[in-house]
Design a protein around this ligand. Structure first.
Ligand SMILES: [Zn+2]
Ligand SMILES: [Zn+2]
Ligand SMILES: [Zn+2]
Ligand SMILES: [Zn+2]
Ligand SMILES: [Zn+2]
Ligand SMILES: [Zn+2]
Ligand SMILES: [Zn+2]
Length: 507
């Protein structure tokens, strides 16, 4: 986020009380591994008729995607699935009861010492505890905790995590903790339902969603940071993640080097717009004119033209450029207004604390909250409009479709904008006036908030179904509209060890 927007995504004052999680969001059950998705494990244990550690090995291989596990099971069968994922089923489980038990191993086949403390992995390979522990220690010290293979030559079986935990823990408690932390981190990195909070500096929290339908949604971390779960950028609905990524990139370019002036100029003779993507400032236009980039004036015939390949000519850009400037200005306009309006919060608090108007304060604050939701919605809708009607997604509908949908879209946008300004006007009324006649102003604020909310919802439905839902290349998804703002997300766990951040590539 750029410096100008700092504070726009401050935590919402109405969410300060700890609310019960929304439906569809769960706190993972407290097990001996607090981070394990017990539900997924149980489903896979049932599906494959295996024990917990074998189910975990399979899930880690298929990135905690239970659907994928059952698809592979159907397609390739259980034994191929086990081989692919490195799951070994202990021989005792497979063999019938009639087979004679294996002869006890008395010598470790690595150190060749006769040992009493031996450990047999599921694959059947058996070595002494000292050798296993040494092997696991080296792996963990090298940063590898996940999917450690069996020590035996050419054995692809994955060692049981609980055996590793016990053996390493007996020798070195700190190392066992490191093992757990690595497992936790790799679990988060591999599970698409879990993500680190993107706050800077990192707050260390990981957030989890319950349902795959929530993969695109807006969440709030305990640290107060709000973000889109899909792209980790600031919340941007009703804009899609792809549009927002393009927008954020071009917005940064615009703000850092004034992109529109820096990279595009018109040929002074034919007025076609020329984009510069090479270092040379002598430009060669297809019309035959040569001019200096720096002053955008004709340079005569001196330029050799050898570097023409570095100058890309992009015609028909003018309209797009103007729309970009327009959308950018509208977007920034709403964000600037929002910043000013959020200062009203202090004024309300200061005024009302003197006569303890808790109910009045609540009404004004919820009006202010609705205003902030609608302002963001509106500002994002300009970004959507740019990509939808003027840029990347322009040709995703026929000319007629575009014309009629654009008309409906702009009417709705205009209507919402009118209501937002009216709500802002009510909230901005000098406070003395409100005190003279506080009741009618408050009632107006309540009604105006309700109307604004339903206009947002109505416009959201139109965008979701009629615009993004009917693209030629298939529908695009956006985070659901919520009058309350982003969902207070589920905290999966926190990495709190002091050196954890240096180990974590996210920071
Ligand atoms: Zn040994
Ligand atoms: Zn083995
Ligand atoms: Zn956070
Ligand atoms: Zn996103
Ligand atoms: Zn020209
Ligand atoms: Zn040149
Ligand atoms: Zn052009």
């Amino acid at each position: 986020m750029d410096a100008n927007n700092k504070g726009c995504y401050d935590r919402d004052p109405h969410n300060d009380d700890e609310k019960p999680p929304d439906r569809g969001w769960v706190v993972p059950p407290k097990t001996k591994n607090p981070f394990v998705q017990q539900e997924d494990l149980c489903r896979v244990m049932e599906l494959l008729s295996v024990k917990e550690n074998e189910a975990r090995t399979a899930l880690v291989h298929y990135r905690w995607d239970v659907k994928k596990v059952s698809a592979v099971l159907l397609e390739k069968g259980a034994s191929n699935l086990f081989a692919e994922a490195g799951v070994s089923i202990p021989e005792e489980d497979q063999a019938s009861n009639n087979t004679p038990t294996l002869e006890p191993v008395i010598r470790c086949r690595i150190c060749f010492m006769p040992k009493s403390h031996m450990t047999r992995m599921n694959c059947g390979h058996c070595f002494c505890n000292k050798c296993w522990t040494k092997y696991f220690t080296i792996n963990i010290l090298n940063g590898k905790s996940r999917r450690i293979k069996c020590m035996a030559h050419r054995c692809n079986s994955i060692c049981d995590e609980s055996i590793i935990r016990n053996l390493v823990g007996e020798q070195d408690v700190n190392l066992a903790e490191k093992f757990e932390r690595f497992l936790f981190e790799s679990y988060i990195e591999e599970n698409k339902m879990v993500k680190w909070c993107p706050s800077i500096p990192p707050c260390g929290y990981a957030l989890q969603i319950k349902d795959e339908d929530d993969l695109i949604c807006e969440v709030e971390c305990r640290c107060g940071r709000q973000f889109c779960f899909g792209c980790l950028l600031e919340p941007h609905s009703p804009c899609t993640c792809l549009m927002w990524e393009m927008w954020a990139k071009s917005r940064d370019e615009l703000e850092t080097d004034n992109w529109l002036n820096m990279n595009t100029k018109r040929c002074p003779v034919c007025h076609k717009c020329i984009q510069k993507d090479g270092g040379c400032n002598s430009m060669y236009c297809p019309c035959g004119n040569k001019f200096s980039w720096l002053h955008a004036i004709a340079t005569g015939k001196e330029h050799t033209g050898t570097a023409v390949a570095n100058h890309s000519i992009c015609c028909g850009r003018k309209e797009n450029e103007e729309r970009y400037t327009y959308c950018y200005a509208s977007y920034m306009g709403h964000m600037e207004s929002l910043k000013l309006e959020m200062k009203l919060k202090d004024r309300i608090e200061r005024k009302l604390s003197t006569w303890k108007g808790a109910l009045v304060e609540e009404r004004l604050k919820s009006g202010l909250h609705m205003l902030s939701i609608a302002r963001r919605f509106l500002s994002h809708s300009y970004v959507l409009a740019f990509y939808m009607f003027w840029d990347k997604f322009r040709n995703e509908m026929s000319k007629e479709e575009r014309k009629s949908r654009k008309k409906i879209f702009e009417d709705k946008q205009q209507q919402l904008e009118d209501h937002v300004e009216r709500l802002s006007g009510l909230l901005n009324k000098p406070f003395e006036v409100s005190m003279d006649d506080p009741y009618s102003t408050q009632v107006s604020i309540i009604y105006q908030s309700i109307a604004t909310d339903s206009l947002c919802r109505n416009m959201y439905d139109f965008i979701k179904n009629d615009l993004l839902g009917s693209l030629r290349s298939g529908p695009l998804r956006i985070a659901p509209y919520r009058s309350e703002g982003p969902v207070r997300a589920i905290l999966l766990g926190a990495v709190t060890t002091e050196d954890s951040h240096s180990d974590n590539q996210h920071c």
